[in-house]
Design a protein around this ligand. Structure first.
Ligand SMILES: [Mg+2]
Length: 247
């Protein structure tokens, strides 16, 4: 039973991460994000090296640099968001993707509800979905609520549990999940999410915590992890989970 006391929707929910999942890491958007976060640290009066060190430290410790900034420096998270994600030239980096739209259109909505699950704030999430021309394909968006003190994010279990509450789904085995982060996928699996796909573009560069890394190095693959499929193109979902597509 849902919170409203009505029967729960029997369909599964497929959750899509947004950044570096619905578009490729080859866009280098994560680099542009990293540069802006670095500039924010420097604007607080830190030297370049100090800024890089603290950025990485907070990323590792809190999952998001912003949470460390809020905890230790009492910064305004919405100002941070405006200055970092808000200034990304996304319109120059990504464009509507007809193939991606078709993939979403072909999902069988009698079987799955389609939600997005992001560590970004809602402004950035909606902006990306609108530019990709799939906003109307996403029924619900769970984002990091920067306006709440002590907000959670992936890969923390509470973030996933809260997402399920928002979507009104109580059975974790009915959750399907696609994300480019190994740790995010493993956390979902540990919570019992039924099917998880690690979107993994080996060989491409991304940036995490202000540090560039090449995918495929340092054990970031989930190959061989029980119950997790690895895909390097979202089209592969049609083959690994054929039952949720109508064509
Ligand atoms: Mg991602």
């Amino acid at each position: 039973m849902s919170r409203e006391g009505q029967s729960e929707d029997p369909r599964m929910v497929i959750w899509f991460d947004i950044d570096n999942t619905l578009y490729s890491a080859s866009t280098k958007i994560s680099h542009a994000m990293g540069e802006r976060i670095h500039a924010y640290f420097v604007s607080m009066g830190l030297q370049e090296e100090e800024a890089s060190g603290l950025h990485l430290k907070y990323y590792i410790q809190y999952g998001l640099a912003l949470r460390g900034l809020m905890h230790h420096h009492e910064i305004d998270p919405l100002e941070f968001d405006r200055k970092c994600d808000g200034t990304l030239p996304l319109e120059d980096l990504i464009r509507p993707d007809p193939g991606l739209r078709k993939l979403f259109e072909d999902l069988d909505r009698t079987k799955v509800r389609v939600w997005a699950l992001t560590n970004a704030y809602k402004n950035h999430a909606n902006r990306v979905l609108n530019i990709l021309n799939i906003r109307d394909q996403i029924e619900g968006l769970v984002f990091c609520d920067y306006e709440r003190p002590n907000f959670t994010c992936k890969p923390e279990a509470d973030f996933y549990r809260n997402a399920m509450m928002q979507a009104g789904i109580s059975d974790p085995s009915k959750c399907l999940f696609v994300d480019d982060s190994k740790q995010n996928v493993i956390s979902a699996k540990e919570l019992g999410w039924g099917r998880c796909a690690h979107f993994y573009e080996a060989g491409l560069q991304t940036m995490e915590g202000g540090k560039a890394k090449t995918l495929g190095q340092n054990g970031d693959a989930t190959a061989g992890t029980d119950g997790i499929v690895v895909i390097n193109n979202l089209e592969e979902l049609r083959f690994v989970w054929p039952d949720i597509f109508s064509k």
